[in-house]
Design a protein around this ligand. Structure first.
Ligand code: NAP
Ligand code: ZN
Ligand code: ZN
Length: 352
């Protein structure tokens, strides 16, 4: 074991603060990574404040962060794919049982025995896993990803959650050229969804509550932008969408979007608000529409997404901040005031 620097929250109401955590020494299968950047996902905020207490109660102290990129510092004797100095990335999972049907299909996100990157039982050290708001991490080689060399690391970090969480359902629901795709909420996930759907050749419509994001949405690859509070503008799109991705982090009216789907259209929830959303049966019944959800993505698909982003030169639009600004960043996230992802430069931990 060795000590790593990190930022943790001591309770649901405490700010994140500097701390020291134990990391395991790399075993034969492990890769040790110096973390250079870690994105701030809204899930970090939900988790730190225990907003998902019924599904994933938070164990304190909590070190969040699952959009991790950095450089390999050490590898175990059985590691073949990485060597010291390589760029490497870690997303939302650090382990799974590898034997169940889901794992065998490369769908580790559905493994009943997976280990999430933070706030999950740590099989090696006991207690819970600690995430990427830290200067280093040790992860089994099977859960370490490769970052294409043309991608800027600060902007690549958010691909590890926001990127895969939007890429995977679009892939599953057949988003291709000429499909009409809606993206609800232009935050960290939403702006990645726009870039990816645009690169897939879809006709992309952004729904936002923030009129000041209109120009950015068009620049990011949207073909049209709708201010969702405007009922007339919404009505113009009734019954026309093949697919809508809902990436909103708070309570909102999902029925307004269900009504915009064409026959057999699908709306997938990736946003995970604290409270349940109300669904009107008739919106789904009329038009045989479907509502589904989607969690992150498996390891092979995460690598596929990174390679796709490398090919299309896609990274997140990031505001790079030092770790000392993380609490301020959380408040801004709640006000939808970030263009469009915070990426923490972990070198700032050195002064702690
Ligand atoms: N399914 C998964 O595997 C998965 C993975 C990662 C994250 N998530 C969840 O996805 C959600 C989004 O995460 P994120 O990191 O992208 O968050 P984010 O950057 O905070 O973006 C959320 C966006 O939702 C919109 N919004 C916020 N409050 C709203 C309200 N009251 N009514 C309507 N729209 C509102 C805003 O967009 P506009 O300003 O454009 O309206 C905001 O930018 C979170 O709940 C997160 O936990 C799920
Ligand atoms: Zn996330
Ligand atoms: Zn499994």
């Amino acid at each position: 074991m060795y000590n790593a620097k990190a930022y943790s929250a001591a309770s649901a109401t405490s700010p994140l603060a500097s701390t020291t955590i134990a990391r395991r020494d790399p075993s034969d299968q492990d890769v040790q990574i110096e973390i250079l950047y870690c994105g701030i996902c809204h899930s970090d905020l939900h988790q730190v404040r225990n907003e998902w207490s019924e599904v994933l109660p938070t164990v304190y102290p909590c070190v969040p962060g699952h959009e991790i990129v950095g450089r390999v510092t050490k590898v175990g004797s059985a590691v073949s794919g990485f060597k010291p100095g390589d760029r490497a990335a870690v997303g939302c999972m650090v382990d799974s049982d590898r034997t169940c049907p889901e794992c065998r299909a490369g769908l580790e996100q559905f493994c009943p025995n997976f280990t999430l990157t933070y706030n999950f039982p740590d099989k090696h050290l006991g207690g819970v896993t600690y995430g990427g708001y830290s200067d280093s991490i040790v992860v089994d080689q099977r859960f370490v990803l490769r970052v294409p060399s043309n991608l800027n690391l600060a902007g690549a970090a958010p691909l590890l959650c926001a990127g895969i969480t939007t890429y995977s359902p679009m892939h599953h629901w057949g988003v291709t050229k000429d499909k009409k795709v809606g993206v609800v909420g232009l935050g960290g996930l939403g702006h990645m969804a726009v870039k990816i759907a645009h690169a897939l050749g879809a006709h992309v419509v952004v729904f936002t509550t923030s009129p000041k994001k209109t120009d950015d949405a068009l620049r990011l690859g949207a073909d049209e932008v709708v201010i969702s509070k405007n009922a007339d503008e919404m009505q113009k799109h009734a019954g026309s969408f093949d697919f809508i991705l809902d990436a909103v982090s708070a309570a909102h009216d999902i029925n307004a979007y269900i009504n915009l789907l064409r026959r057999d259209g699908n709306i997938t929830l990736v946003g995970a608000p604290e409270k349940p959303l109300a669904v009107a049966a008739f919106g789904l019944i009329m038009g045989r529409r479907s509502l589904s959800g989607s969690p992150i993505g498996g390891i092979p698909e995460t690598q596929e997404m990174l390679d796709f982003c490398g090919k299309h030169n896609i990274t997140a639009d990031v505001e790079v901040i030092p770790i000392q600004k993380v609490n301020e960043a959380y408040e801004r996230l709640l006000r939808a005031d970030v263009k469009y992802r915070f990426s923490i430069e972990m070198a700032s931990l050195k002064s702690e």
